[in-house]
Design a protein around this ligand. Structure first.
Ligand code: PHE
Ligand code: NA
Length: 459
């Protein structure tokens, strides 16, 4: 007889594991930055609307699909259809997205480990700012150094996932997430008492509606997807370990609130200290790997704050990446009958291998270009976050809203919420969320010149 399928031991265990998946580099580095650039408070408002109208409904839909079927993301759709059908597509897209993202995310997480190491060695505090700023260039120019950290990070993920849902993922989420929250709180308080607090608050919150373009709205929508780990099989898989009697609405809502609060706190930890030393907030990886280390080289307590900050990033990345590995492992266990050990080792080895070209993107393979002159890393990120996630999310919203059986089934899954919750959610998942995601998708395809690229391939 097959071993019993795992379940979360406690509700808090599920919430911390799912929040661990959601809280990642997207919260700590990307959200604060795009908020500042897109009109501060005005953007934060739009973002909150997107989270409520699109993010939360699709999060609940994924958790429902998982919990109802008790299957991995692909098996879930087979179970719902009682056969193999076209509706496996969102499952396949999600698991593919999980595979692609887990490979390059591990390389970026490796950078954060490298910076934890440097911080512990005291390489930032009191060092010449130009030297500190140059460290990132040195790191990405060094393929073997990145591969070592990529390997270490993937090994840590493997060690957790191989131990199972309760003994690995739940246990480590219960340890890492409270530490993460404590570190963030210390950094947040440090930001709020810094001389740059006022400027930081203004950068993130003072509403400038002139900077809020249609592009910002698309950005807010796209980000609400990535930040909640939607369309990448993680939430279906984590939902599949939820007990029947658990209040799904309350659990999903808590995860969304935690993700949002942590993103806001991250901005208020970062920007005040950046402004306090008279620097400008940078774009892209420059913000966390160049600007912030320079800040730490200059402010009082920088040596210890640097350790806190990069540990925070590493923990955030670790709990996110294990959800992606688990999503793939669950497929091999549930659909292919593999054992957890073999499945975890296989997926970790594959993701490690496919991550290698990312580690080589800015050195050995610096001259190689893939989609529209992008590096391997940027191409992988483009395909996964700009296309696979929204396509999977769109199909899931349509399936759950329009094709999934009778209302009673879904209503029962939402039983924990107040009376108005189900009807409101149902309108959102049928009309509002799919329409919003379809619009984002249209513009993303247009923006990247993907049509032109495909056209070029066919010539
Ligand atoms: N939700 C994560 C974030 O905001 C994104 C993510 C999750 C990425 C899981 C990879 C794996 O950063
Ligand atoms: Na997030």
């Amino acid at each position: 007889t097959p071993a019993q399928r795992p379940q979360w031991g406690t509700r808090i265990g599920f919430v911390l594991a799912a929040a661990g998946s959601a809280v990642g580099l997207g919260n700590i580095w990307k959200f604060p930055y795009i908020a500042g650039q897109n009109g501060g408070g005005a953007f934060v408002l739009v973002y909150l609307v997107c989270i409520v109208l699109v993010g939360l409904p699709i999060m609940l839909a994924e958790l429902m699909v998982g919990r109802h079927t008790k299957k991995d993301a692909i098996g879930a759709f087979i179970a719902l259809e009682h056969k193999r059908s076209w509706w496996q597509t969102p499952g396949w897209i999600s698991v593919s997205a999980a595979f692609i993202i887990s490979s390059y995310y591990s390389v970026v997480a490796g950078w954060t480990l490298d910076y934890v190491y440097r911080a512990l060695m005291g390489r930032f505090a009191g060092t010449d700012p130009a030297v500190v700023e140059g460290m990132f260039g040195t790191l990405i120019a060094d393929g073997s150094r990145q591969m070592v950290w990529h390997f270490v990070f993937m090994a840590l993920c493997l060690a957790i996932v191989i131990s199972g849902v309760q003994k690995g993922i739940e246990r480590w989420s219960k340890i890492l997430m409270p530490i993460l929250f404590l570190l963030l709180t210390l950094l947040f308080v440090n930001g709020m008492i810094s001389p740059g607090a006022r400027q930081g608050l203004e950068f993130m919150f003072s509403p400038d509606f002139n900077k809020l373009t249609p592009g910002s709205v698309l950005e807010a929508l796209g980000h609400s997807f990535f930040t909640l780990s939607l369309g990448m099989a993680a939430m279906i898989t984590y939902g599949s370990y939820l007990k029947r009697e658990e209040d799904l609405f309350a659990a999903g809502l808590r995860v969304v609130i935690l993700d949002t609060v942590i993103a806001l706190m991250a901005g208020l930890a970062i920007f005040p200290i950046v402004f306090a030393v008279g620097m400008a907030p940078a774009a892209g990886p420059g913000l966390i790997f160049k600007t912030i280390p320079v800040v730490f080289s200059q402010i009082p307590g920088g040596a210890i704050l640097a350790v806190f900050f990069f540990l925070l990033l590493s923990f955030a990345a670790l709990t996110s990446n294990i959800s992606l590995l688990e999503a793939q492992v669950a497929y091999l266990i549930d659909e292919r009958g593999w054992g957890r050990k073999t499945a975890t080792c296989t997926i970790a080895a594959l993701a490690f291998t496919v991550g290698i070209p990312t580690a080589l993107s800015y050195n050995v393979m610096a001259d190689w270009t893939f989609i529209g002159n992008r590096s391997f890393f940027d191409s992988a990120d483009l395909i996964a976050s700009n296309y696979l996630l929204p396509i999977a999310g769109l199909l899931i919203a349509i399936y759950v809203g329009w094709f999934w059986g009778g209302d009673e089934e879904k209503e029962e899954l939402m039983a924990g919420g107040a009376g108005w919750v189900y009807p409101v959610w149902h309108v959102l998942i049928r009309f509002v969320s799919p329409l919003a995601v379809a619009i984002v998708l249209y513009y993303k395809i247009d923006e990247a010149g993907l049509w032109a690229w495909l056209h070029g391939l066919l010539q």
